[in-house]
Design a protein around this ligand. Structure first.
Ligand code: DX5
Ligand code: ZN
Length: 232
């Protein structure tokens, strides 16, 4: 079952935004119609890159961002940072099963803090990690690239994995979002939606606008995504 068009959520990854002007970048992409702020947290340990942490999440909240913030934790160990992101105002907190010694406990920590919980699957991570925790996840995030960097190409094998994840969600009868992250572009988003995704992370495809003074610079790309999804 694919999601209704109105249920599709677009989640720009701020990894590709201009960090020197982050507040404005987030304001402007939301004003252009994006639904969720995708917030990539990398620790130079679980993944070979280093990005931003809970202080920046909190700063965005203080700046006035009210949209959901989707904290994608690529860190190991993960439990302490789960607490920090709950305190910093995250809405979703997702983590990789390989980064937690006790997956069930980490998921519970997220929900106990009032956030929505999610598990993230690298291209080579099997969906069997879901077997005993379907009642504890609000989001399943499939990586369509190996995590660590923006601007990589979508791995086509992820389409079959999306279909399998969609089957699992439908069979569970639960309200679980299916998010895709990595290499999502205008020309492949419809096919990705048809495979079952309903939440779409896009970094380099969104934050490439030319004129930083134009607050509407992201209108075009968000509209193009919506149009492509309408045809899915
Ligand atoms: C990669 C990150 C992604 C990344 C996506 O590890 O999780 O969120 O920013 O960037 P694009 O859309 O450029 O592939
Ligand atoms: Zn991400």
């Amino acid at each position: 079952m694919t999601a209704a068009t109105s249920d599709y959520l677009i989640a720009p990854s701020i990894l590709s935004a201009d960090f020197a002007r982050l507040g404005e970048e987030v304001d402007d992409v939301l004003a252009s119609g994006a639904d969720i702020v995708h917030f990539d947290v990398m620790d130079n340990h679980y993944v070979p890159n280093l990005t931003i942490g809970p202080m920046v999440c909190e700063a965005l909240r203080r700046h006035g961002v009210t949209a959901p913030i989707d904290a994608h934790l690529m860190v190991k160990p993960v439990d302490r940072l789960i607490g920090d992101f709950i305190d910093a105002g995250a809405s979703y907190v997702t983590f990789h099963p390989e980064a937690s010694e006790h997956i069930d406990r980490s998921l519970q920590l997220i929900r106990d803090g009032g956030c929505k919980s999610g598990l993230v699957f690298n291209p080579a991570t099997p969906l069997s990690f879901l077997d005993h925790v379907m009642d504890k996840v609000d989001m399943i995030l499939l990586m369509s690239v190996n995590p660590g960097f923006g601007g990589q190409s979508f791995l086509p094998g992820t389409l079959d994995k999306l279909r399998e994840a969609r089957r699992r969600i439908d069979a569970s009868g639960r309200d679980i979002r299916l998010e895709i992250d990595g290499g999502v572009k205008i020309d492949n988003i419809a096919e990705i939606a048809r495979a079952g995704a309903d939440t779409f992370v896009a970094g380099s495809a969104v934050f490439k606008a030319s004129n930083p003074e134009d607050p509407h610079r992201y209108d075009g790309v968000i509209d193009d995504f919506r149009q492509a999804l309408a045809g899915a």
